[in-house]
Design a protein around this ligand. Sequence first.
Ligand SMILES: Nc1ncnc2c1ncn2[C@@H]1O[C@H](COP(=O)(O)OP(=O)(O)O)[C@@H](O)[C@H]1O
Ligand SMILES: CC(=O)N[C@@H](CCC(=O)OP(=O)(O)O)C(=O)O
Length: 301
Amino acid sequence: MINSVEKASVLIEALPYLQRFSGNTVVIKYGGNAMLNDELKKNVIQDIIFLKYAGIRPVVVHGGGPEITGMLKKLGKESSFVSGLRVTDAETVAIAEMVLVGKINSEIVKLLNFLGAKAVGLSGKDADLIIAAKHLAKVRENGQVKEVDIGFVGDVLKLNTSIVESLLDQGYIPVISPIGIGKDGATYNINADYVAGDLAAALGAEKLALITDVEGIYRDYKDKSTFVSTLSLAEAQEMIKTGGIDGGMIPKVEACVKALAAGVAKTHIIDGRNPHSLLLEIFTTEGIGTEVVKYRRYING
Ligand SMILES: Nc1ncnc2c1ncn2[C@@H]1O[C@H](COP(=O)(O)OP(=O)(O)O)[C@@H](O)[C@H]1O
Ligand SMILES: CC(=O)N[C@@H](CCC(=O)OP(=O)(O)O)C(=O)O
């Protein structure tokens, strides 16, 4: 148990961060792998509500990859991924939309409201929030990059952020599903990390936090002693090139790169399996995940 002096020092440690971030927008990507049990879900939701009551403007983009995979399996469809992205045929995009918008979004909104916030769920189709274009996956083969068609997988072409800004101005927490609408009228399945990165850039957010199910980034994923707490943009890009970062971590790091390039001050990859990791990353000096920053010497907050 910590004593009262220690308790007070924990609160005081948060003061400069509260002063600095109050009034700023923070985009939080809540990944499907960090939603696997109710207790952890509650912790993440409480952290988001804490941010709101600390004067921060949180925007939530959620994933749900494991639930989509589970539903496809129930329907007799196997999932496959290319460079961390789901191969998405017409049937799969309909199921992904159903799971993301119909199930996961409404559950997050319910929990936020139940635990004391005012949240509003949005699909990328609402108010044309996410206009998408077909994404071609990039595959590295013998040192060459090849583009592969993986179906109804989208890139963010344009974000109409005014609906998000209006909701924030009225005190709501927007909760966004990574489903986009194409100019061709087709529905696109977009990796939630990309939506979060683009949204952080478009909103001029202070921070982008990606909540997942690993401690952060490892230089060598197989060797847990190689955990990195701070990574520069250039180092992260080099790790993607050399294959040090692969699978589901690729879209995360690419999202960080995009947000940083657009002026977002810091991006964080955080382990949602650790209770209250979001608060610890934002309001304590050491943090607990990996921060990806423009330059390594950026150490202030
Ligand atoms: N260098 C790396 N450091 C950490 N994780 C990595 C690395 N390279 C690949 N990964 C993989 O990325 C995964 C996280 O992505 P993903 O499973 O898609 O998460 P989410 O569902 O939260 O978006 C990790 O569980 C790990 O398997
Ligand atoms: C194109 C693509 O891969 N879309 C993702 C969308 C959900 C997502 O991003 O969920 P996580 O964040 O939990 O991985 C998918 O179908 O799984």
